[in-house]
Structures are given as C-alpha cells and as structure tokens.
Design a protein around this ligand. Structure first.
Ligand SMILES: Cc1cc2nc3c(=O)[nH]c(=O)nc-3n(C[C@H](O)[C@H](O)[C@H](O)COP(=O)(O)O)c2cc1C
Ligand code: SF4
Length: 393
C-alpha cells in the first residue's frame, strides 16, 4: 500500500540541540509574556481533558503559597496510547524545559516526572539527562530540581488526584473536586500537572512563538497532536499530525482499506462506525462543525474481521480490573455492564436489555466520582448503538 503522501509534522520530534538557548531566552522574559504566549497559542492539555495550558499555569501562579509543584504526568495507561514513551525517549529535554519554565512562572522549586511502572527501562537514561539539566539550571540560576517518581501500573493513578495520593504514599484513589490541583494538588499545595506531550509543545511555542502553533489545526483545536495508531493498519506507530482531520482522511491514510470502525481516545473514548467517518473530525468538542471527538492520542482501527462484541468485552474487562472501587456506580456498574453483555450474547437476556445497560452506563456518567467511571459510557454506548447486531445471540 502506498502511503507516501502521508503528511507528518515534525515539531515535537525534531531533535533540536538548543535547549540552553531556548531556556535562557524564555527565562529572560516576564512571566506574563510567557503565559500570554501559551494562551494565544491555543495549547490545550494533551492528556485527554483538554484544559487550556496557559490558563492552568496562570491560575497556579496567582495562588499564594511557599510550596508549589510541577508534575509531568507520564503514567500513559490509556489502552492504545504509547506516544509519551516515545517523547520521553527521544526529546526529554523539551519536556524538562517546559517544566522549568513553568516552575519559574508559578514559583516552584520542585518537579516530578510520574513515570509509568512499565517504563522503568527509561529511568536510567532519564536520570542522566535530568542530572545534566540540573547543571544547566544552576548556570541559569534557576533553583528547581526534578525527580522521577515510579508508578506501579494502575490506570487510575494517571488521574491527577489519584496520582497525588499515590505520590503521598496512599492508595491511588481520586479525590473529590474541587479543590483543583491549581489550588490544592500534591501535598495539598498548588500544583501544575501536565501531560508529557503538553510540556513538549510548550518548548516549540517558546522557540517559534505562538503563531506557528496556532496556525496549525482548526477553531478550538490548535496545533499538532501526537497520535498512537494501532489495530488493523499496515503502518502502526506514532505520528504527529494536525488537528481537524476527518476520520475518513485518517482511515484513507492509516487503514488497510477495510476499516469498519475507529476507536478514538482508547477504552474511555468513542467508537465511530464507517458510515460516520466523513462527518467526524478529530479535535476537542466545541465549536467544530459536525461531530468532533477529542483523543489523548489513542487511535485504534478495526477491520471487518473484528468482533465488536469482543472489543467491548475487552474494554469492560479493563474497566472492571482498573476501577479503584471507591464509588458504587463504577465498582458495581462496570461489573453489571460486563455481565449484561455476556447474558445478551448467550441469549439469556433479550436484545432490549441492551437499552437498560445503556441507561446504566449513562447513569454512571453523571454519578461516578471520577473520569474513569464517567467515561465508561463513551465506548459502551457508541459500540452498542452502532454494532447492536454483533452484541446479540
Ligand atoms: C482514569 C484516568 C486516567 C488518566 N490517565 C492519564 C495519563 O496516563 N496521562 C495523562 O497525562 N493524563 C491522564 N489523565 C488526565 C489527568 O487527570 C490530567 O487531566 C492530565 O494529566 C492534565 O494534563 P494536561 O492538561 O496536560 O492534559 C487521566 C484521567 C483519568 C480520569
Ligand atoms: S469512578 Fe471508578 S475509578 Fe473513579 S473513584 Fe469511582 S470507583 Fe474509583
């Protein structure tokens, strides 16, 4: 298959050797200028929720506290996502630069990279790079140190408040919100927590200015995005592409010619069937025309040989396993959804039972305590609605 026309961008992965210069230049500028650049670039968090990064830094900078933290979320637990590993392997200096500039702006002396347990193999090389980076910070008179904190392989610990709990030595269980991390994060102190990719993008914005970033993408979804492409594709891998692409274009570029569905955003994202490819745009939900779907980066392609019942079964197995069990809608709901689709598939329940299960999933969206339980309905309802015939006996 000829994929030579594929338009890949090279902002994040371009291996630039000017960290010292970019950091020095950024640190010489007033905090407000740097924040304004981030805000006008339109950068939104790449960890999934899409909160504007400049605003997050600004809010944290405005809180009075003698202790603040910058945390890089490298837990990367969403099924089908593997781009943060690559960013940390190939351009870690960009992530560290973003953390250091953030630290200066908010007034933090301490940062952490919360590294997914399975990425332990990255730790030795990262420690060396952090060590050299500290020398550069000393030269530039910035009192900031970065440490690595190892995660232990729980998906829920990627959720920011569960991540703080786990760093504090407690069970990784999400907290009630508010308060938000900008006011009360790690150790109850104001904390900026950003995804690996978000921090790497700030480097490009400080280097090239906000316009170059803003010129990419569409409306409320500016800049480039790093995608992890997997499933039925002849070219699985990591690609930096512009926001705003239709799924039709995406499957033309990445599919095997027989794509019947794309799961956008991993197990907690949405499943789009072939008939909706041309009407669905990849970007944050908001003012885009037609349906737009956000993604932390995971793009899974399924061709006609795949059973969507099995796909949904796998996702529910995952949620049952990863639910922290703290709140009833999620702890019990995930199990009931799994038992429910099994019963329909075996013919023990009629197909109308699927409607009841969708009601349960929607109830979880409004009653579950955190994003894990709230997002189960995304994949559940979109798979059941679009592939009902595959769910029944
Ligand atoms: C269940 C769950 C898992 C999450 N896992 C991650 C993760 O692995 N990495 C990540 O950056 N954000 C993850 N998030 C989102 C974080 O809570 C948080 O929004 C993000 O780190 C903020 O960074 P950003 O603004 O740069 O996106 C997860 C959220 C939920 C609800
Ligand atoms: S929604 Fe699920 S993961 Fe989140 S707090 Fe409740 S039980 Fe835990």
């Amino acid at each position: 298959m000829n994929k030579k026309h594929l338009q890949r961008l090279d902002l994040i992965f371009k291996n630039e050797h000017d960290t010292e210069q970019i950091l020095e230049k950024a640190l010489a500028r007033p905090d407000d200028d740097l924040i304004n650049d981030l805000i006008s670039s339109g950068l939104k968090g790449r960890g999934g929720a899409g909160f504007p990064t400049g605003l997050k830094w600004k809010l944290t900078s405005e809180v009075e506290s003698d202790e603040k933290y910058v945390i890089c979320n490298a837990d990367e637990g969403e099924p089908g996502t593997f781009k943060d590993r690559e960013i940390l392997s190939s351009v870690p200096h960009k992530v560290l630069t973003g953390m250091a500039v953030c630290a200066r702006i908010i007034g933090s002396k301490k940062g952490y990279i919360y590294l997914r347990g399975e990425y332990k193999f990255l730790k030795p090389q990262l420690l060396k790079i952090i060590d050299n980076f500290h020398k550069l910070l000393d030269q530039l008179n910035l009192n900031f140190r970065v440490e690595i904190f190892m995660g232990s392989g729980a998906y829920i610990c990627g959720e920011e408040s569960a991540l703080f709990e786990s760093m504090e030595g407690k069970r990784g269980e999400p907290r009630n919100k508010p308060p938000f991390p900008t006011n009360s994060g790690y150790r109850g102190k104001p904390t900026v927590i950003n995804n690996v990719e978000t921090l790497a993008h700030t480097y490009s914005i400080f280097k090239y200015g906000p316009e170059k970033f803003r010129d990419l993408g569409v409306q409320d979804s500016r800049g480039s995005k790093v995608f992890s492409v997997s499933g039925d594709t002849p070219i699985p891998g990591i690609y930096e592409l512009e926001f705003g692409m239709t799924l039709q274009k995406f499957v033309e570029d990445f599919g095997d010619g027989d794509a019947k569905a794309v799961q956008v955003g991993g197990a907690s994202g949405f499943c789009v069937p072939r008939k909706k490819f041309d009407k669905t745009v990849i970007g944050y939900q908001g003012k885009l025309t037609g349906a737009s779907l956000p993604t932390g980066g995971s793009m899974m392609i399924f061709n006609s040989s795949r059973s969507m019942y099995n796909v949904l079964h796998n996702y529910l197995d995952f949620f049952v396993e990863e639910s922290c069990g703290q709140c009833t809608p999620c702890r019990v709901g995930t199990q009931q959804l799994l038992l429910g689709i099994q019963a329909v598939k075996k013919g023990e329940q009629s197909s109308s039972y699927l409607d009841k299960l969708m009601e349960l999933a929607e109830a979880m969206r409004v009653t579950a305590k955190c994003g894990l339980g709230q997002s189960v309905a995304n994949s559940f309802s979109s798979i059941v609605e679009n592939f009902k015939e595959e769910m029944i006996y």
